[in-house]
Design a protein around this ligand. Structure first.
Ligand code: NAD
Length: 278
């Protein structure tokens, strides 16, 4: 059984980004990311801090906009408009979730598709759907990298994705399709879930339910990708998969922590660097 090392693979990607950013600098081109945080949600503050750290590591200049909770939608949209027009900013990231009085959809739609490094803009999603190049949603794109760099074949394999969210499940299914897998999407209204998951060669769990997937969902030899992240009462992290229960049935599996988690920020850095051509 192979434990897929997301920490090592994400480090590899960050190092590749650092090399590319350095090569761009030699040509006089700088890569800069604007990071917008509204309010002081503790988890979001940690995520934004980690993104800024990754920027510092890779040589991407990060410009931080930490706005008060009371910021109006108009004020936020006006900042995005300024950033869209600035030639010295290549990527714009708005940390989600936003305070309730701000409409997330309007904010995502306001970001110029050329600077949409999170890959959430409808144009980025549309490009992914019809197979044109564009920014890819970071977590699913990171999962493709985990599989490729672990030499796990996707072509012709039956990939079952559990979850259909716009940020994980749906783009994940589309990316697996692009890799020529045969894809099934399951969700909260799926009937006989286990009957379907037991057919999976590659199972991607993005359900948001701690340790829901135990061995009764799997066939022998499956590759399991666990997207879930949950903090348990004992403060330990766990995924959507019951790792200890399933590990001896899998040919490969991502652990939590240290699997999918570290890939998201690495792919964000890659999206930033890829927004500028060498
Ligand atoms: P979400 O709540 O938006 O979506 C969950 C999906 O699971 C839904 O589409 C729902 O239909 C499906 N679902 C719920 N209960 C189900 C059930 N009993 N059977 C089958 N399907 C069911 O969550 P999300 O934003 O897609 O995130 C999923 C998980 O991944 C969460 O644990 C989240 O914390 C984690 N996550 C991790 C990263 C990362 O960087 N590693 C990034 C994003 C999300």
């Amino acid at each position: 059984m192979q434990i897929i090392d997301g920490k090592a693979i994400s480090q590899q990607i960050k190092d590749e980004v650092r090399d590319k950013v350095a090569a761009l600098k030699e040509q006089g081109k700088e890569v800069a990311l604007a990071v917008i945080l509204v309010g002081n949600d503790p988890a979001s503050t940690v995520y934004v801090g980690n993104k800024k750290k990754a920027c510092a590591y890779t040589g991407i200049r990060s410009e931080s906009f930490e706005l008060p909770e009371e910021t109006t939608q108009e004020e936020l949209l006006s900042l995005i408009d300024d950033l869209n027009n600035r030639e010295d900013i290549q990527g714009i990231l708005v940390q989600l979730p936003l305070p309730k009085h701000i409409d997330e959809k309007s904010v995502i739609n306001a970001i110029s598709p050329d600077k949409d490094v999170d890959g959430f803009h409808p144009q980025s999603v549309g490009r992914l759907t019809i197979g044109e190049p564009g920014f890819l949603s970071c977590t699913p794109a990171g999962i493709i990298q985990l599989l490729k760099r672990s030499n796990i074949e996707m072509e012709g394999k039956h990939c079952v994705v559990i979850g259909r969210s716009n940020i994980v499940g749906k783009p994940m299914a589309l990316l697996m399709l692009r890799e020529n897998a045969t894809v099934t999407i399951c969700h909260s209204r799926t009937k006989d879930l286990k009957e379907i998951t037991k057919q999976a060669d590659i199972l991607i769990a993005a359900v948001g339910k701690p340790k829901m997937i135990d061995r009764s969902y799997l066939k022998e030899g499956v590759v399991v990708i666990d997207v879930g992240i949950h903090r348990m009462e004992d403060k330990k992290l766990c995924g959507d998969v019951d790792f200890e229960d399933v590990k001896d049935m899998c040919s490969a599996i991502t652990p939590v922590p240290g699997g999918v988690g570290p890939m998201t920020i690495a792919m964000l850095m890659k999206n930033c660097a890829d927004s500028v051509s060498l």
